[in-house]
Design a binder for this molecule. Sequence first.
Ligand code: IVH
Length: 724
Amino acid sequence: MQLNLFDIEDLNNVTVSGSPHKEDVTKQQAEADEIAALRKELEEQNYKYYVLSAPTMSDREFDEKMHRLEALESRHPELYNPSSPTQHVGSDIEQRQKTKEQKQKNKENEDSVKTASGKNFEQVLHRYPMLSLANTYSESEIREWLERVYKGLDGERNVEIVCELKFDGLGISLWYEQGRLVKALTRGDGVKGDNVVDNIRTIDSVPQVIYGKTSEDVPESFEIRGEVLLPWEHFEKLNQAREAAEEPLFANPRNAASGTLKLLDTDEVRRRGLWAFLYYVPGNEVPAETHYERLMWAKRLGFNVSEHIKVCRSVEEVMDYIHYWDTARRALPVATDGVVLKVNSLRQQQMLGFTAKTPRWAIAFKFEAEKQLTRLESVSFQVGRTGTVTPVANLEPVQLSGTIVKRATLNNEDFIRSLDLHTGDHVWVEKGGEIIPKITAVEHERRAAGAQPVTFIKKCPECGTPLMRNEGESAWYCPNDTQCPPQQKGKLVHFVSRKAMNIDGLGQETIDLLYEQGLLHDVADLYNLKAEQIAVLPGFGEKSAQKIIDGIEQSKLVPWARVLFAIGIRFVGETTAKQLAHKYKSIEALREADEERLMQTDDVGQEIAGSIISFFSRDDNKRMIERLQAAGLRFFDDETGDERLGNELDGQTIVISGTFTRHSRDEYKALIEAYGGKNSGSVSAKTSFILAGENMGPAKLEKAEKLGVKLLTEEEFLEIISQK
Ligand code: IVH
């Protein structure tokens, strides 16, 4: 069952009724309360982990709480609730259940590359539920699991265990029909997933077509599962590029792989360089007696199966494998977070079966994140470019996973409180899978007498303005967005960035320098800069200064949609700016629109409309726009900056489905727009036609037939726009 975030409240209405003994009632109610609290906490963590990719609890702590909840629920069958996190796996299907807050955040950070917005990936039911694995952390837990296995096999102790690495990426299920890859599903909520096959096709090691030695070798239809990952090297390159482009960094390769799989731009997916390892063949289509045989079959057919698989016959052998890989994994090109143990015999697997969430024949052993004890020297508060204040721990330097750690993030005020942090405390720092180390625990017993609790500041350390916190949000922020230095610099950096005014030679460092020199305060000041003022600055000469001035001059030709994005109206990202600019041909027209009219634009809800109105009501913004207009920026659409190639598709709504040979999907999308059409993700009565490639999704096909929407081949489409 898929739990909607907004249903969490329902999970908490647990009241114990009908307890037989009065003296038990208090304990019973206390346990019921604990169940409610744990359900809520674990559900929130699932959401943070799978949807926000930003967990605030370690896996271990999560597992401990889940065990506690399971134990309590088994003592209270009367409180059974099918929505409890013990009864379902977490979900990565995000778009349909985003919180309002998250939607806003996404709008603020609109990525430079488009990610799917719900409708774009076909959702498909898994043939076999895509389950997770139970986690263990110690040898004794592994022994206990093995004992359960023996018991489940009626006392049979002759059990082979296959040891494999646990790859830290995203589960994927590949479907092959007649030897061809036809679908690739994410885990989703375990019952249904998103079909991301176009993105999976960019992975070189995933065969698109497989050829067996004999006709029996390749079943008509089969499924194989594995993990999609971004290797360390590609992850680091990606983050370097994002840093240079001033885009937010990915915290770890798993998050980067997750973000990449959901992109709509397959060329960008290919550039990022995903990998995949296959490790499980569900169903009965592939004849074999053991899991290991199936993996060797997969390897023979050309699937990427890890070399580091071992069939073990005793706990000692299993433990040797675990100990070896606990250190050896550091030299691997991909991230791993443990070892997976699987009963080898398929007959035994069948006898053991599954629980609602995990197979009984497999278990994960999680490696401990490397951690170190050090001392908290002080806490600093950093003001980000959007005004958010982040507390940072300054630590006594300590060696951790090959680097010296001096600082760690403290997230927000609630996190500091939950640690009960005092200055001078001995604290544990962990790197886990994240780049930024974090404090995971405090040694309270070692606290010096008289140590002072760490308190959150009340005023902005940059400009002295009293900080504010929105209801329901954890972050404090400085509301002085016009005069607070990091926020002013943030606006400037956004304005000159590639997707906005794209001013060559002006990056974050140069903006900082010009700002510190007093040459820039707001974006309009850029158009008063003189080459002589820049040429005398450290690191500059006449030539480089002139280049910047030329870039600024060039920016006067930037089309209206990008100017609108550049001026930085809250929540108006690149896509929204494009849509608004298309509808309102000048800033005057946009300024005059009221909330109701604004909300008629695609993607514009009350929040964005409100933000636009509030932007135009401020005098400082009015002045800035007047100055930019005087400088000659395009606050109107004269169509010359438009990438319009023709009007053959004016007023038509077109759905793209399947795979193509002449152009990529993204190129077709661009062509549709360039010829005046609108691309849509789903078939409806409004669809003019479907641009249908090979292997068109069956759901779309069915709907098209039902609604009588015609299908055009790519050749026919290219003919319409005369591009043949
Ligand atoms: S087997 C029914 N093998 O770990 C069992 N999973 O925490 C299917 N994972 O959902 C999973 N490496 O995404 C298996 N060698 C491996 C794995 C592995 C990583 C992932 C997988 C799973 C998750 C559970």
